[in-house]
Design a protein around this ligand. Structure first.
Ligand code: IDP
Ligand code: MG
Length: 139
């Protein structure tokens, strides 16, 4: 599967604002296939585990509170070159710097509440997928 999947989360701000349908439409039109999806919610502790790589950053506590503030949609997405193509589709972390037409440019509220997550490597795509889905759930 390496190279063919990425992991995504539609974050609490985008879910709350009712953008799930529009975002999924963009994802499918860009050629990704949803191979697993789960509407769920994180506790601050579990959000902290997911973002453990950022635990020394000043925004870490706020990020954990934000990511646990409401429902999220976790998804495994399949496509050739999935990780890089999906990062291109979502745009820069800060929506002010994101390219026009990207998901974050269209739907993000701020650098923190930026609508969507996308894995940054093939290795992390597998780790993050396993954080939310058991092997049996994936197909
Ligand atoms: P990414 O989601 O584009 O990969 P990362 O640097 O991995 O960006 O940061 C993870 C998440 O942490 C971001 O998506 C955003 O929600 C939040 N974040 C990143 N940088 C900042 C910041 O400077 N202030 C507040 N929140 C931030
Ligand atoms: Mg990241």
């Amino acid at each position: 599967m390496a190279g063919k999947i990425t992991f995504s989360i539609i974050k609490p701000d985008a879910y709350q604002a009712g953008h799930v349908g529009a975002i999924i439409k963009m994802i499918e039109e860009a050629g990704f296939r949803i191979v697993a999806a789960k509407l769920t919610r994180l506790t601050p502790e579990r959000a902290g585990q997911f973002y453990a790589v950022h635990k020394e950053r000043p925004f870490y506590r706020d990020l954990c509170n934000y990511m646990s503030s409401g429902p999220i949609l976790a998804m495994i997405l399949e496509k050739e070159n999935a990780v890089a193509d999906f990062r291109k589709l979502i745009g820069a972390t800060d929506p002010a710097k994101a390219e026009p037409g990207t998901i974050r440019k269209l739907f993000a509220k701020s650098i923190e509440a930026n609508a969507i997550h996308g894995s940054d490597s093939d290795e992390n795509a597998v780790i993050e997928s396993a954080f939310f889905f058991s092997a049996l759930e994936q197909f």
